[in-house]
Design a protein around this ligand. Structure first.
Ligand code: NAP
Length: 309
């Protein structure tokens, strides 16, 4: 099987990877961006983005991803559709194995593999995924026209997507494990003002039940009270897990959650390896941060390569 070498490889094509690709292409570096699915990453799951500067009216996640891709391609982004399954970062030449059996190698590497939605891990969740259990309101909301759905979570994603769901569903019940939302105040205010959203506080979902589709949720209040809620759909929007299966986590000194720590220049514990975007160990996961970190990572890669020669 073939091995191809590039000076810089970027793994992942979300906002961090696409920005890194744009900067690398504009700097005329010998680069390759490897992405296993559609370019855009998690931003494709976001209905509407109101806080990315430069779009005063807001922009859909899909359109923003398209624009980022087009901009990088204008500077001749070199990209490959492929799934990286493992990496060897133990020597200065980093090696990446692809699912196809081909290998890649590089002098500098930027990891922008991102994150994916976290599951609840309750009975019925796996069996009913795609049959009423969803992790993406943007993708699945139109299936719930005039129905009653539940949204689980209290962060920006859950609260914002609950509002998006009201464009389709008759009623949206947001279930949160505490009595206070984590979402930004302005996002909360909009949700509280929306008459189609009601709230169940201090409550966890313990099971999702139904034969061929979701019929009801079993709920447990923190005071010990059990109840059920009849719904036709449940959107689980409780945060993210790192896409790290292909990474040598010990070498990269991954944190407890499996995210990759870096310094403020995005440099990881391995010389010549940078991490940017949602895979980084950090508090704030916003598109704007991911894009900024992608740019920083290329500048860090350039510095590393200059010092090598
Ligand atoms: P998040 O901010 O981590 O919030 C996760 C929510 O799910 C929290 O309310 C948490 O409850 C709850 N939760 C976690 N595990 C749970 C479990 N096992 N059972 C029940 N509830 C659980 O995640 P996110 O909303 O997906 O946002 C991820 C990042 O993207 C954040 O940095 C967020 O600000 C950002 N984001 C920004 C925007 C925007 O600015 N427009 C939009 C979307 C996302 P607790 O509150 O009790 O911990």
């Amino acid at each position: 099987m073939a091995t191809t070498h590039h000076t810089l490889i970027i793994v992942g094509g979300g906002p961090a990877g696409l920005t890194a690709g744009l900067y690398a292409a504009r700097a005329r570096m010998d680069h390759l961006l490897v992405e296993k699915g559609a370019e855009g990453g998690q931003v494709l799951l976001t209905d509407w983005i109101d806080n990315y500067p430069g779009f005063p009216e807001g922009i859909s996640g899909f359109e923003l991803a398209e624009k980022m891709t087009a901009q990088a391609k204008r500077f001749e982004l070199n990209s490959l559709f492929g799934n990286v399954v493992s990496m060897d970062l133990s020597s200065p030449i980093k090696r990446l194995e692809l699912e196809s059996g081909d290998s890649l190698s590089c002098d500098a590497l930027i990891i922008t593999t991102g994150a994916r939605p976290r599951g609840l891990g309750v009975p019925g969740e796996k069996e009913l995924t795609g049959k009423g259990v969803s992790y993406c309101a943007t993708c699945d909301a139109p299936f719930y026209r005039n129905l009653h759905v539940a949204v689980i979570g209290g962060g920006n994603t859950a609260v914002q997507e609950a509002a998006h769901l009201t464009k389709f569903a008759d009623k949206v019940t947001l279930i949160h494990r505490r009595d206070e939302l984590r979402a930004t105040k302005i996002v909360q205010e909009k949700a509280f003002a929306n008459t189609k959203i009601d709230f169940i506080w201090d409550t966890n979902v313990t099971a999702i039940e139904g034969k061929d589709g979701v019929e009801q949720l079993r709920l447990l209040n923190t005071n010990g009270e059990e109840s059920t809620l009849q719904v036709e759909g449940i959107f689980i929007l409780i945060g993210v897990m790192p896409n790290n299966e292909m990474l040598p986590l010990t070498d990269l000194a991954a944190d407890q959650g499996g995210f990759i720590p870096t310094d403020c220049e995005t440099r990881t514990a391995v010389p010549g390896v940078m991490a940017a975007g949602d895979i980084r160990s950090k508090e704030v996961r916003q598109v704007i941060n991911a894009a900024g970190e992608g740019a920083t990572a290329v500048l860090a890669a350039e510095n590393y390569l200059t010092n090598l020669s």
